[in-house]
Design a binder for this molecule. Structure first.
Ligand code: ATP
Ligand code: MG
Length: 602
């Protein structure tokens, strides 16, 4: 491609609405243009990057025997109603673009394809003889994200590879899952990324079957907890650890104390001269289930610990059936306004005890009459602890479970693991924290969708069984931007060779010099013919402008047909290291070809 003919516009200044380096650079270098919130045009350079990433993904998927397909983006509501996700996706999370068509039918733009693919499997898979199957596709997905940001990192329309596998049993699922683990690791390695596979939350389905592939970068929205021995890495949403030991209580007898102005743990501990590890903290939540039922949830946890809301949501989803509900619409910490809707009297906020009376809840058909009381394991172990007295300005000290305060029935792990904790697999290892960008997620789904939608097959024994499923996603557009987030300098992008839009760029310093032009044109033809994808900067611009642009767009190798021509050579500059060398004209093609090969093959 000739730059003189390309729709190529670079910006000198950082665009005002871009916050992170990769977003700024992709805009400045003319890779993308914003069309609307979370909606971007992939300009010709970006499209080449995306196609390269897609091709790597495709090769790794095909190598596992998965079959490429293309499923509709326009999806009928019925399928989502069958799986039970219509309400969650359109109302609770509200992440799905849904509308009514001219036939008065509800339809949605696909944020993901479990429903569509399960529908196909139900129709086409009848026998164990047809199993396993694995279909994947690469296409645009639509998600009405609350906070679209960082360019392609969190778009409302973005490109994903999603794959879905079907199996007769768990063992077959695990095999494909392991194959995907390898395929995903290969994809990221080949794309030139530094990444870490981490244990991920699997929602209320539980199980250990979910791994996220995190690209390590400060701009990452996810927090990864890991140990330096390399034996543990998990998304903070899912992470477990051993909390530090609690300090032995300094209180030996049960007493109510006046503790005015101590509605936070910090103030309380200062007032009572105690450690937060001696306190049972009680955190109030309000959950609304899909049947409209509001339940007040009281979580008791050790004072120095925080509640992990993802773990809490999983517990509350498990409890949904007790309220004749299926899923959660919202989980919030009720503010004054929310409380006024259900509180029969003012709550002693900041002074609540685990046994606060259910009388504080108004009687109403849509409000559960009793608190759902959960106690985290960290609080269960405490002796002679401090907690609220259910009266503003008062706490109790020296309390013990089932002596003064009844231990709630549900003992759960809803504690947030944090850096500095001890690792479960080896308490000598300290938990560390890093930021990550989730570029891939592989998941053992089990029979959630096949059961809900009646996708069954006949097994070897002639019994009808639900299909066992897995699903596997890669954010193709997010991955491409993550590569930039991991690799740039003050002058611009440094694309890994494997996914760079072009391998090389020939910059002609002076297009009025016939010799410069002639050598450049010749090399341009020969390089492209040899498979070295080459851009020709034949614009009528100053050399300085050309070099700046070449650096900005991050093409791995720059060839300059300048002064060295006098000795039958050209200057070749490596973008990454800025290392420059003169190479005889007749050796350029073989040299560049071998450099590219070496980088791509690794
Ligand atoms: P996140 O937690 O970042 O919202 P997710 O867990 O909802 O992502 P999945 O449903 O697992 O995402 O989708 C598979 C992959 O698609 C993700 O690992 C990510 O790389 C990509 N992805 C998801 N949402 C977006 C988005 N809004 N913009 C760009 N890529 C996305
Ligand atoms: Mg995910």
């Amino acid at each position: 491609m000739r730059l003189s003919q390309m729709l190529f516009v670079t910006l000198r200044e950082d665009p005002a609405d871009a916050e992170i380096p990769s977003h700024k650079l992709l805009l400045r270098a003319g890779y993308i243009r914003r069309i609307g919130a979370g909606v971007y045009a992939y300009l010709p350079l970006m499209w080449r990057v995306l196609q390269k990433v897609s091709q790597i993904v495709r090769e790794e998927m095909n190598a596992t025997g998965a079959q490429e397909t293309l499923l509709p983006q326009l999806q009928p509501a019925e399928l989502w109603k069958e799986s039970g996700r219509w309400d969650t996706y359109t109302k609770a999370e509200g992440i799905m673009f849904a509308f009514t068509d001219r036939r008065e039918q509800e339809v949605a733009l696909g944020p993901t394809h479990e429903e569509v693919v399960t529908y196909i499997a139900r129709d086409m898979i009848k026998s164990y003889r047809q199993l396993p199957q694995h279909l994947y596709q690469i296409q645009s997905k639509f998600r009405d994200e609350i906070r679209p940001r960082f360019g392609l990192m969190r778009g409302r329309e973005f490109i994903m590879k999603d794959g879905y596998s079907f199996h007769a049993d768990e063992e077959s699922l695990k095999k494909t899952y392991n194959d995907m683990y390898t395929a995903y690791s290969n994809m990221l390695r080949r794309s030139g990324l530094a990444f870490r596979p981490v244990e991920a939350d699997s929602g209320a389905i539980g199980g250990s079957g979910s791994t996220e592939f995190m690209v390590l970068a400060d701009a990452g929205e996810d927090e990864v907890l890991y140990t330096e021995d390399g034996k543990y890495a998990a998304n903070v949403e899912k992470a477990v650890s051993l909390p530090g030991d609690a300090v032995a209580s300094t209180f030996s007898s049960y007493e109510k104390r006046e503790t005015p102005g101590t509605d936070t743990i910090e103030k309380l501990c200062k007032n009572l001269q105690c450690s937060p590890t001696q306190v049972v903290k009680n955190v109030l939540y309000q959950v609304v289930y899909d049947n409209g039922m509001t339940v007040l949830v009281l979580v008791s946890i050790r004072g120095d610990q925080e509640v992990n809301e993802v773990k809490l949501i999983n517990e509350l989803t498990k409890a949904a059936a007790n309220y004749n509900a299926k899923t959660i619409l919202s989980l919030t910490v009720p503010d004054a306004e929310a409380q006024s809707k259900w509180a029969a009297k003012a709550l002693p906020l900041g002074y609540i005890a685990p046994d606060i009376s259910d009388d504080v809840i108004k009687s109403d058909k849509d409000i559960a009459p009793k608190f759902l009381r959960l106690v985290d394991a960290t609080a269960v172990e405490l002796k002679n602890f401090v907690t609220g007295a259910n009266e503003s300005g008062y706490h109790v000290v020296g309390a013990n479970w089932n002596q003064q305060i009844k231990l709630p029935e549900s003992i759960v792990d809803v504690r947030k693991a944090k850096p500095g904790d001890m690792a479960v697999h080896d308490p000598q290892q300290t938990i560390k924290s890093a930021r990550g960008i989730e570029v891939g997620h592989i998941f053992q789904l089990g029979t959630k969708y096949s059961e809900a939608m009646g996708a069954t097959f006949t097994n070897e024994q002639g019994e009808e069984k639900p299909l066992v499923m897995g699903c596997y996603g890669v954010g193709v557009s997010r991955l491409a931007q993550s590569a930039v987030e991991q690799s740039y300098d003050k002058d611009g992008i440094i694309f890994p060779v494997a996914i760079a839009p072009y391998h090389a760029i020939i910059s002609i310093p002076n297009i009025n010099d016939a010799n410069q032009v002639e050598v450049a044109e010749k090399l341009y033809q020969e390089l492209n013919q040899a498979g070295v994808e080459t851009l020709l900067d034949d614009r009528n611009e100053r050399a300085g402008v050309k070099f700046k642009d070449a650096d900005l767009i991050g093409i791995p190798f720059r060839i300059v047909t300048g002064k060295a021509l006098a000795n039958g050579k050209v200057e070749v500059v490596k973008r990454k290291t800025k290392e420059s060398q003169e190479i005889p004209i007749e050796e350029v093609v073989t040299t560049l070809f071998s450099w590219v090969e070496k980088e791509i093959k690794g």
